[in-house]
Write a protein that binds this ligand. Structure first.
Ligand code: SF4
Length: 281
């Protein structure tokens, strides 16, 4: 049987489902446009620009890393790595329209500050590697920026799942799904929705490349924090339960049970609709 797009569950639905199953239902069946939450101009643009900057930022780091050597201090490495990053940022912001220069400057400063944090963490890591090992800059580039596939679309007919993964890193013939997140991580580990997303991408990679995927990573980029996800049998089982529940909502049109969580509802674009039809008291 040919699998239609409607039957294929997108990996991104997992996040929506865990946020609120009813929200997933409403968006899929009532033909409602997602109303953007009230966000400041800087916040809306921050996320968009940062995700677009990401690859170019990494290209600059990779290039500048070749100029680093073991006689440098961590501060000197940091300065070397950051060379040209402000210029990249300035050029990127030229692609956006701002109502006034103040907005533009605020956004520039915020983005620069966050990229500097990531840059400093990387510089410390490189400094430690240079001191503790005999690796040269080229070897460190290979270690920190392994061969990877960026923004790779996968679709599996038997699993009926599809998704566009941020990155797949390939190290010593092993494939690692990588998800980039701009939100903050939990105190320990990763958010449940992020773990399930990694598991779903792990399964897709296994089918796509005929390999086994046991571990993936979530990069919480604002903190420069990479956290592992072990794709064990419990996580795989949990993923199939969630995918089945999503399928019932999206493809069969089953109305999910509602567990009202005021904190989530406050930020939800369907608050008004739910408010009129559900008891929020
Ligand atoms: S307002 Fe609350 S209950 Fe309604 S869809 Fe949003 S999160 Fe779900």
């Amino acid at each position: 049987m040919e699998i239609s797009d409607k039957m294929t569950i997108k990996v991104s639905s997992i996040n929506e489902y865990l946020y609120c199953p009813l929200k997933l239902y409403l968006r899929n069946h009532l033909e409602l446009e997602e109303i953007e939450n009230e966000q400041t101009f800087e916040n809306k643009n921050y996320n968009k620009i940062l995700s677009q900057l990401n690859n170019d930022f990494r290209d600059i780091l990779r290039r500048n890393l070749m100029n680093v050597n073991k006689d440098m201090s961590a501060a000197q490495i940091s300065e070397t790595l950051f060379n040209d990053v402000p210029y990249l940022l300035k050029k990127s912001l030229e692609n956006y329209e701002f109502t006034d220069d103040n907005d533009k400057n605020l956004l520039f400063n915020e983005l620069e500050k966050d990229l500097k944090v990531e840059n400093t963490i990387l510089a410390l890591k490189i400094h430690r590697i240079l001191i503790k090992t005999k690796k040269d800059a080229r070897q460190i580039v290979e270690m920190i920026f392994p061969p990877s596939l960026q923004s790779y679309l996968m679709r599996d007919k038997s699993l009926e799942i599809s998704g566009n993964i941020d990155k797949i890193e390939i190290v010593n013939g092993k494939y690692y799904p990588i998800s980039r997140k701009l939100k903050n991580p939990p105190i320990r580990g990763v958010w449940d929705s992020d773990a399930l997303e990694i598991a779903a991408y792990g399964l897709l990679i296994e089918r796509e490349f005929d390999t086994e995927v046991m571990v993936g990573f979530v990069d919480y980029e604002r903190l420069g924090d990479r956290r592992p996800v072990v794709i064990d049998s419990d996580l795989r089982e949990g993923l199939f339960i969630v995918i089945d529940a999503i399928r019932e909502i999206i493809n069969l049109g089953d109305l999910p049970e509602v567990n009202i969580n005021p904190k989530k509802c406050e930020k939800c674009s369907y608050m008004e609709i739910c408010n009129q039809n559900l008891d929020f008291s």
